[in-house]
Design a protein around this ligand. Structure first.
Ligand code: FAD
Ligand code: SIN
Length: 531
């Protein structure tokens, strides 16, 4: 198969790019592929909303920029922060024009929420299911565009580069070029090649590397691992964001999120003794940036030997709560928690990857003809810790920027016809799929036990030793058995785990989301760790 623009991923990043490209080039072919069904994305589960300067009487670009820089703890790229904050509102208007609805107040003005680290109310939301509404609007718009082909259940295994033509490709090769991808077609279980003039990775995050995560099953870091295998550049993977308040339900995965907007509306964190502990940790209390709140909760749990703390909403106005958070209200009720009577048990869960595939200000990766945007990319916006609700914003701003750049490039590229078919010689059906499941559980255990919210040198060393073994076992399995999504995801998660640990080992300081008790001071040297 050949396509002009190949988009991998149907979340907010991939769909923003695909729609713009298709409208600009009605005669060109745009192909969007997803590994399950189109709406099964991290995007669909976004709750709190999308940040943007909307009320210019109270808010300003300057304030949003400052909040983003403070949360990022010294590592944000200020130029990128300015781009995202200033271009964001235009992109939000575009999705409103596609039909996305955001809540309004009695006066018909957008009702703006607040979350941790924000100095003003600036978060547009649709109840507590903002992502679902945005994904719906994007997919509805997609159906109106004729030249986009959406292919579901199509698993990208690897990006194709000169390596597949038999050339030696190393980290120092300057002109690594992407010619398309090999995919596992889950309808016929064959590996096929898709050649593309331009490829965009919008494959989302990697929360599934951890035992407790808010991310759905699809979040296995595939794009990040593929680029690393292709010898492209990955950066800042040590900055994994743990959301402070996932509903505590042992054994349930993914964890259900209790949006930070609940704290924005007055929810208070309490420990097992009922004490509102956040004031002991930060002057901003429950609305401090996420890294600080998650560490405070972790500390409270360790001190008291409990597996969760509580989010107290009992004092909040019931009608208002139900109006803003109907999904959370229902979910809690279904678990026997009436939020007007009971406190909600919550614990931190892996939530967001601040690092990823290194890109420039146009979403270009270090691999030619390959762009990346959304959670899989590291644009420089988030630095050492993402500000709440900046992710959907970044995905739309960079979906647009990737479009702007690639529209100038497309007519310069042609298809590389010499790419060989996938070679599956010598591989057999896997004997025991359970081995894959067990290895994935082991990986999640290692990452959660040794590379969580609080790290130490010895924990990182232990994690690396254990990952080495898992890596060797899984590569042997990969070489000898037929490719399956489960095996590819395991392989990708191990790579992502390795990148997180390696980044954490290199960073000899505590900054933002990376907190190592053997290196509590901040280093004077501000640097991104590129692997
Ligand atoms: P995704 O939306 O995750 O889409 C990834 C796509 O890639 C999917 O279509 C998937 O099928 C495809 N894909 C992946 N690998 C492959 C492969 N190998 N082959 C083929 N296809 C593949 N951010 C905010 O700004 N505000 C919020 O309120 C907010 N709330 C959140 C709540 C939850 C519970 C979660 C989990 C995240 C939240 N976030 C929020 C973060 C935000 O939702 C994500 O960062 C963002 O939606 C990512 O969008 P994306 O387009 O990059 O990737
Ligand atoms: C939330 O609603 O708390 C999540 C917001 C985000 O991850 O940006």
């Amino acid at each position: 198969m050949q396509t002009d623009f190949l988009v991998i991923g149907s979340g907010i990043a991939g769909l923003t790019y695909a729609l713009k490209t298709a409208k600009e080039f009605p005669d060109k072919k745009i192909t969007v592929i997803t590994k399950t069904q189109a709406d099964e994305t991290n995007t669909k589960y976004a709750q709190g909303g999308i940040a943007g300067v909307w009320d210019e009487a109270k808010d300003s670009y300057h304030k949003h920029i400052e909040d983003t820089l403070i949360a990022g703890d010294g590592l944000c790229n200020e130029h990128i922060v300015e781009i995202v904050v200033k271009e964001g509102p235009e992109r939000i208007k575009e999705i409103i024009a596609y039909g996305a609805e955001f809540d309004k107040d009695e006066k018909g003005e957008y009702s703006l929420g607040k979350e941790g680290g924000h100095s003003e109310n600036r978060i547009l939301h649709h109840k507590d299911v903002t992502g679902k509404e945005m994904e719906r609007a994007l997919l509805d718009e997609l159906r109106t565009v004729k030249n986009i082909e959406l292919i579901n259940h199509c698993f990208v295994v690897d990006i194709i580069t000169q390596h597949h033509l038999g050339y030696l490709v190393t980290k120092s090769t300057l002109d690594i070029t992407c010619y398309g991808v090999y995919v596992l077609n889950l309808h016929n279980h064959q590996i096929e090649k898709i050649l593309a003039k331009i490829t965009l990775l919008a494959t989302g995050g990697c929360g599934q590397a951890y035992r407790t995560t808010t991310n759905p099953r699809i979040a296995t870091g595939d794009g990040i691992a593929m680029v690393y295998r292709a010898k492209g550049k990955i950066e800042n993977m040590e900055f994994i964001q743990f959301h402070p308040t996932a509903l505590y339900e042992p054994g349930v995965s993914p964890s259900f999120l209790i949006t930070e907007a609940v704290r924005g509306d007055g929810g208070i964190l309490r420990n097992k003794n009922g004490e509102a502990f956040m004031e002991r940790y930060d002057a901003r209390k429950d609305l401090a940036p996420r890294d600080i709140v998650a560490r405070a909760i972790d500390n409270e749990m360790k001190r008291s030997g409990t597996e969760h703390v509580y989010l107290d909403c009992r004092h909040m106005d019931k009608e208002k709560f139900i109006h803003h958070f109907p999904n959370i209200y229902e979910k809690c009720l279904s678990r026997g928690i009436d939020i007007t009577q009971h406190m909600i048990p919550v614990a931190p869960a892996a939530h967001y990857s601040c690092g990823g595939i290194k890109t420039d200000e146009w979403g270009r990766t270090s691999v030619k003809h390959l762009y990346a945007c959304g959670e899989c990319a590291s644009t420089g916006l988030h630095g050492a810790n993402r500000l709440a609700s900046n992710s959907l914003l970044e995905a739309m701003v960079f979906g647009h920027r990737c479009f702007l750049d690639s529209k100038e490039e497309i007519n310069k590229h042609s298809f590389e016809e010499r790419i060989p078919d996938w070679n599956a010689t010598g591989t057999t059906e896997p004997g025991e799929m359970i081995l894959i499941t067990q290895s994935q559980k082991e990986l999640q255990q290692i990452m959660s036990d040794y590379v969580g919210i609080v790290r130490t040198d010895i924990r990182l060393e232990r994690a690396m030793k254990r990952l080495d073994l898992l890596f060797a076992e899984t590569e042997a399995l990969y070489r000898s058995t037929k490719v399956s999504p489960q095996l590819c995801e395991l392989r990708n998660l191990i790579t992502v785990g390795y990148l997180i640990v390696k980044g954490a080992e290199f960073r000899k300081e505590s900054r933002g989301l990376h907190y190592n008790t053997d290196h509590l001071q901040k280093s004077g040297l501000l640097q991104n760790i590129i692997l």
